[in-house]
Design a protein. Structure first.
Lengths: 432, 489
């Protein structure tokens, strides 16, 4: 009986998600008022239906899933009301989108393993608190050029701590054991790094300054390479590149950096065997199906199995994919809820990227404008890299899908990221 | 709430002094940069969406059917795998339900092992079992699918009907017994594959027990030689060169054949060093004169040859519904390699299926048809759910060229190298090939052709690995298969 339910529910699910994505786009681009009410409503319906279905799967009824669903829904309503009071403009819309991604991730995670789902729900609670904390903190605390050394010192300290006390999980030595949980400092370094760059780039760009910027980014990347965290190294460099591009009139500096990056990529291909094996797995995945491209081919099988509307929750086999709950969650999503759902999700990522870019354009303070740009790029590039990775468009790099993948540090950092963006948006709107 | 901001209003504007040295135009330019990145993100996201749709439409079937996909199973839930039938409705593979589960049985296991493939819990599936897994495993009717889930009864998946003829396939396979090789029989006008035999073969129902020995066997019985085996085409490739000669109006040149050609210090001999004297295209094809084709090939040059090969679909993916390898024609580096390629040696590689397609295209007035094995998908009541229609790939030569080459091929069988391919009362057009493989191994024997020559009904390619001369080893087999093929509808 569950099969029938899940089988038919996928149509509803696809329609609801597509409706949600569409209404968010309409609310933003066409400024249609009713859509502002439709989106949160759809969000609530999705949360309730999804978790009811999951609870129904288990016999007897899985109350934990129900509790998570109810908790998620009420936390959503509450936080949404508070946010509506606190801020203006499109902040609520951003929050809706982010929350939708969060619940999508929770559903898939809970379906993959209730244990992960439960833990992710706790992380989500922390994330929401982080969102509001960041929002309020940024209102009270002004970041100026003089904070540059503070930010730089913070980055260096965090990197050194990871280097010295870091422990290795899944091949990357970028975790810190805090006794009650493990954290990934790189997730938080990202945010500080964006502000650090924003401060540096707020001044006029000269060759001397460029050398300074380049040296600092090089240092950071060296740390990541030492920690075998190629995903972060790539992400940082990409964000640096696009941020530089917006300040670099002639484009020379950006070109030099890009050239250096290509050179670095070549060198690392020959210097590090784990990079080489990923590139080989990318170029010809079907040659090493049971070896180094096992992950990526399993991911492609999953996406190919799902088709447009998926197999239905619990009716696919996403567990065949290794690391499915972190890097490859998009493939699991495509398998069980369909490619159309994946497209809706992508539309939402595209929308928050656009909102973030508009916030950056709107903001007249150069540091904040640059920071908004960098924070948005962080999410956008991270999403592009991991989704292209799981679809084998580019070699796979181990980074998370923002708001969807399992992981406390990344979820918290992404919520803080959006919190800061919302705050910058509020400030920008007020000065208009 | 507003008053909170008034006090700090200036901070939001910031100190603009640092960009004051920029010109207004430059400030606008920088503003546009943000926009550029914004639209870059937007377009990248849209491109991924498009790619996902493309993936779903064009790539997912092949990927899904990869034998490493553990989702391909003999049965799942309450679906009994559909049957596979030949063109006359004879059952070739079917699943039956026992108390312990579902069992797949093959009526002619070894004869269809490569085309139909296997379906195993442990080792995945191959062939049509893998490619059409989705159809075989799902009912044609979604409502029926749903009803069966609610009421928890078994439903049958869709059936697949092939273009192949069981009796011809069995007959062709038996002719290859004890040899390594492949036979492909096509309908030139439609591209239907009537038979596709490949030896050595395997027993798909015994795959569980013999897996280790099958994958370690150095004769690679799991490989479908007919569509995935790549072989030097040897003299059958002269058909391609002949088409290029005709297209470039070089057919009136008479070439002096002394029995050997010296190209850059490298001597290529004619078979048995026989000299043909002054020879024309017709006789050169009939007697398979190497000197003629090497000299003409060198005259045509690399560009012409490469383009002609591309026209004949070498180096290209063959559009079909089974797994095929791409035939290879490398760009000739020097006159020595051009000379070798002109007689189908020197790294030119072709699948037997491709060879049959070329023969079929000549038979079909120069139009190459898409070869296919699945003619329709049907439900349990034999109602057609989906029918596959013949499709043109392209015109690879004009009708006149096709007619001229056909005439020469008739001569070849009438009184040239292919006399042993004759069939009584019917005109056969054909070309033999003896492809050298290097070392001390015997040559691969080839024969391609079609019959009846004036209104072709079947085209054929025969390949015998290390079988020796095409005229002596492959042509007699082709003759028998062609004769048998006339008896089927």
């Amino acid at each position: 009986m569950f099969e029938v339910l899940s089988w038919s529910y996928r149509f509803i699910y696809t329609a609801l998600t597509a409706g949600f994505a569409l209404s968010c786009w309409m609310a933003y681009s066409k400024n249609i008022r009713t859509c502002r009410y439709i989106s949160p409503l759809l969000n609530l319906i999705l949360i309730i239906l999804n978790f009811s279905l999951i609870a129904y799967y288990y016999e007897p009824l899985d109350y934990t899933a129900l509790y998570i669903g109810v908790g998620l829904a009420s936390a959503y309503m509450l936080s949404r009301l508070v946010l509506a009071k606190l801020s203006i403009g499109c902040n609520c819309l951003m929050y809706d989108i982010v929350y939708n991604m969060l619940q999508t991730g929770l559903i898939i995670l809970y379906r993959l393993s209730p244990e992960y789902g439960l833990r992710q729900a706790c992380f989500a609670a922390a994330g929401m608190l982080g969102f509001f904390a960041a929002f309020i903190f940024m209102k009270r605390f002004q970041i100026e050029y003089k904070h540059l050394s503070l930010l730089g010192g913070l980055i260096l300290a965090l990197l050194l701590i990871t280097q010295i006390w870091g422990i290795e999980i899944n091949g990357s030595k970028n975790w810190i054991n805090l006794y009650f949980t493990n954290v990934q400092p790189s997730e938080f370094i990202k945010l500080i790094f964006v502000f650090f760059l924003a401060c540096l780039l707020s001044q006029e760009l000269s060759t001397r300054r460029f050398v300074g910027i380049a040296a600092s980014i090089l240092a950071v990347i060296c740390f990541f390479v030492l920690q075998r965290d190629i995903g972060s190294a790539f992400l940082f460099f990409a964000v640096y590149l696009v941020m530089l591009f917006t300040k670099d009139i002639k484009g020379y500096y950006t070109a030099i950096s890009a050239g250096a990056a290509i050179g670095g990529a070549f060198i690392s291909y020959f210097a590090f065997s784990y990079i080489r094996s990923r590139v080989l797995a990318w170029i010809n995945p079907w040659k090493y199906t049971s070896g180094k491209s096992y992950q990526i081919t399993q991911s492609l099988f999953a996406v190919a199995t799902g088709g447009l509307i998926g197999t239905g929750l619990f009716l696919g086999d996403p567990k065949f994919i290794p690391a499915v709950h972190t890097d490859f969650i998009f493939s699991a999503l495509c398998e069980e809820t369909g490619i159309l759902n994946g497209i809706s999700l992508l539309a939402m990522y595209a929308l928050i990227s656009i909102i973030g870019m508009d916030i950056s354009s709107k903001c007249s303070n150069p540091i904040y404008s640059s920071a908004a740009f960098g924070l948005t790029s962080l999410t956008a590039i991270q999403t592009l890299v991991i989704i292209c990775g799981v679809l084998n468009i580019i070699p796979i790099t181990g980074i998370t899908l923002p708001f969807v993948s399992y992981g406390g540090s990344s979820l918290l950092s992404q919520f803080i990221n959006v919190g800061i963006l919302c705050c910058i948006n509020t400030m920008a709107e007020k000065t208009d | 709430m507003l008053h909170q901001y008034h006090g700090r209003k200036n901070r939001l504007i910031g100190k603009p002094c640092n960009i004051s040295r920029l010109k207004v135009s430059e400030v606008i330019q920088l503003k546009n940069r943000t926009k550029i990145i914004k639209y870059a993100y937007l377009s990248l996201f849209s491109l991924i969406c498009l790619y996902l749709l493309y993936f779903n439409l064009f790539e997912s079937r092949l990927i899904y059917s990869n034998s490493y996909n553990r989702r391909l199973r003999e049965s799942s839930g309450n679906v009994i795998r559909g049957s596979i039938l030949d063109k006359n409705g004879e059952v070739l593979a079917k699943s039956t339900k026992y108390k312990a589960g579902v069992k797949r049985t093959y009526a002619y296991p070894r004869y269809f092992s490569h085309v139909i493939g296997y379906s195993s819990e442990k080792y995945g599936s191959s062939g049509l079992e893998a490619l059409y897994n989705k159809e075989l495993m799902s009912a044609s009717d979604t409502m029926e699918d749903l009803r069966s889930k609610i009421n928890d009864y078994y439903i049958k998946g869709s059936n697949i009907v092939l273009t192949m003829d069981r009796s011809l396939q069995v007959y062709a396979s038996d002719l290859l017994r004890g040899k390594k090789g492949a036979i492909v029989v096509l309908r030139p006008g439609t591209g239907e594959i009537l038979a596709m035999a490949s030896k050595p073969d395997f027993d798909p129902s015994g795959i569980q027990n013999n897996w280790e020995s099958l994958i370690n066997d150095k004769n690679s019985p799991l490989l479908n030689r007919a569509s995935e085996g790549l072989y030097p085409p040897g003299s059958i490739f002269k058909l391609v060169i002949a088409s290029s000669i005709l297209a470039n109006n070089l057919q009136d040149n008479e070439i002096e054949c002394t029995g050997e050609v010296n190209v850059d210090g490298y001597t290529i001999k004619d078979s048995e060093g026989k000299s043909h004297g002054s020879i024309t295209l017709g006789d050169a094809l009939k007697y398979s004169c190497n000197s003629y084709f090497i000299k003409q090939g060198l005259k045509l040059g690399n560009t012409n040859l490469y383009n002609e090969a591309a026209k004949f679909r070498l180096n290209k993916k063959v559009q079909t519904d089974i797994k095929v390898s791409e035939s290879v024609f490398p760009s000739g580096k020097d006159s020595r390699s051009i000379a070798q390629q002109s007689i189908g040696q020197g790294e030119v590689l072709m699948t037997p299926l491709h060879a049959a397609m070329i023969a079929a295209a000549i038979a079909n007035d120069g139009i190459m048809m898409r070869p296919y094995v699945v003619s329709s998908i049907r439900d349990g009541e034999n109602k057609i759910i989906k029918e596959f229609k013949p499709k043109q790939i392209a015109r690879i030569m004009n009708q006149n060229t096709a007619d001229i080459i056909t005439g020469m091929m008739i001569e070849t069988v009438e009184s040239g190298t292919g006399t042993r391919a004759k069939v009584s009362k019917v005109d056969v057009a054909g070309k033999t090939g003896t492809a050298e493989v290097g070392g001390n191994q015997k040559s691969h024997a080839w024969f391609v052709g079609f019959a009846p020559a004036d209104s072709p009904q079947v085209a054929i390619a025969v390949l015998i690995e290390n079988g020796g001369g095409g005229g002596s080893a492959a042509a007699p087999i082709a003759s028998k298969v062609l004769k048998k093929a006339f008896s089927i509808k």
